[in-house]
Design a binder for this molecule. Structure first.
Ligand code: ADP
Ligand code: MG
Length: 269
């Protein structure tokens, strides 16, 4: 089959090795995968040139185009839309009764110290610790016109767990710890180690997965009041951390899941 892999320009550069490996492995399975730089959100893709898409651009609209034409998007548009909006994610977690941080919109600020994050950010670059009114004023300037959410600071900052979820399976999890920052993102220098997901984490992941029917996501947890609470879903999760810790053949697993989706031929959005 013919697939289109969608990336923003910046991410395509960073992930060129991964894209090439995915194309090579796809070719071995008889699939031709072409890269499409999905920089302009308004631009309509010529989806008739492909039978499915792998959307790693974080823009759900591209997936909707494929789905409306009866084609599979990996991940589906709903997963991408929710995962890239922290307010929608919170609403989903709450609707599913999953443990999560209390989350607020501007105008309804929790007590200091709290965390402010842009709704669409990733990699920790738009996540700020707000200690007082002055730092809130500074953070608001830095967030400029980005819509953002607010959460109390969790009571074990600097630690989180990412579970890697392929279809129904959690195939690995890592714990990330940062001693110098409340944010534990790997890209910000967090330390990583393999981690065995707890039964409670697993049950939250199963509930999410049943709801989203995604192909490949990261589910992140932070620690609050003695339990792991769901922090976010990462739909364009890479596998860099895993490569540094395991010899899991991620590309192979990914193609297995893609083929399963294509065989099922089910389109969801
Ligand atoms: N409410 C919070 N309290 C304490 N630390 C937090 C909170 N929210 C996020 N963090 C930390 O900041 C990091 C980045 O925040 P996150 O919500 O994951 O945004 P991003 O999508 O940019 O990664 C998390 O991995 C976690 O370590
Ligand atoms: Mg994160």
């Amino acid at each position: 089959m013919r697939g289109m892999i969608l990336y923003d320009l910046k991410d395509a550069d960073k992930n060129s090795w991964f894209i090439r490996r995915l194309q090579e492995e796809g070719a071995r399975h008889g699939h031709l995968l072409s890269l499409y730089i999905a920089e302009n959100k308004q631009e309509e893709i010529n989806h008739s040139a492909a039978d499915f898409c792998i959307n790693r651009s974080r823009h759900a609209a591209f997936s909707t185009l494929f789905e409306n034409a009866g084609k599979s998007s990996i991940n589906n548009s709903r997963t991408i839309r929710i995962a890239n909006d922290k307010w929608q994610s919170f609403q989903l977690f709450q609707g599913l009764s999953l443990p999560c941080m209390p989350t607020f919109l501007p105008g309804n600020e929790p007590a200091f110290p709290f965390v402010a994050k842009s709704r669409s950010g990733h990699g920790g670059s738009e996540v700020f610790l707000v200690k007082d009114a002055q730092s809130y004023a500074d953070v608001k300037k830095r967030l400029k016109d980005c819509p953002y959410i607010l959460q109390p600071l969790c009571d074990e900052p600097g630690v989180d767990v990412r579970a890697y979820v392929m279809g129904e399976n959690v195939f690995a999890a890592v714990k990330r710890t940062c001693k110098t920052d409340f944010r534990s993102n790997y890209s910000l220098g967090g330390q990583v180690e393999l981690f065995a997901v707890t039964p409670d984490q697993l049950s939250a992941i199963r509930i999410l997965q049943k709801e989203l029917n995604s192909d490949y996501i990261g589910v992140d947890f932070i620690r609050h009041k003695g339990q792991w609470v769901v922090n976010e879903i990462e739909d364009a999760a890479g596998a860099r951390m895993l490569y540094s810790l395991t010899d899991i053949d991620f590309i192979h697993l990914y193609w297995q899941q893609i083929e399963k989706r294509l065989k099922e031929g089910k389109v969801c959005g």
